[in-house]
Ligand binder design. Structure first.
Ligand code: ZN
Length: 158
């Protein structure tokens, strides 16, 4: 179901997550890909400045609303290192974006944060489909799990 090209997009998301961590942010990265497979936009977490809504999926949803037609948005895919949180899942659905492919699920992230001893997030980590029932969602992709788990461990050691 997930092609080699799509694994390449997920690889880029994980690299962006590592880049975010290296820059003092939380390790999350996302890319927006058109129906023809072109990477249109990418971003990574930018919450370190104090605005905790600066998630990459939220930024990509707003970028898509500003730059793509409704048809282009519906045909686009958002690849992301970690499953959308409820805020980002809602933004994704409100702007009418298409499929989501994530490397690690929110359930995996919760398990990792629990083993790290991190506190519970202020927003419930619900699966995307509980927020956006009409969005096609694929993941997790296990080959990235160890690497992402290590990034989150590294993040919470600081
Ligand atoms: Zn989010």
């Amino acid at each position: 179901m997930i092609s080699e090209a799509e694994l390449g997009h997920l690889r880029r998301c994980v690299d962006l997550a590592a880049e975010a961590l290296a820059d003092g942010d939380e390790p999350f990265g996302s890319v927006l890909v058109s129906a023809s497979g072109e990477r249109l936009a990418e971003d990574r977490n930018r919450v370190a400045g104090g605005d905790r809504t600066r998630h990459p999926e939220f930024e990509l949803a707003r970028w898509a609303a500003a730059n793509l037609t409704p048809e282009e948005r519906a045909a686009a895919t958002v690849f992301t290192s970690g499953e959308h949180c409820p805020m980002c899942a809602a933004a994704h659905a409100w702007v009418g974006l298409g499929r989501i492919v994530y490397a690690a699920s929110s359930a995996q992230l919760v398990a990792w944060l629990t083993e790290i001893g991190a506190g519970a997030p202020p927003v419930n980590p619900l699966p995307v489909q509980e927020i956006a029932p009409h969005v096609t969602v694929e993941g997790p992709v296990e080959r990235f799990a160890d690497e992402l788990r290590a990034l989150h461990h590294e993040c919470h050691k600081r």
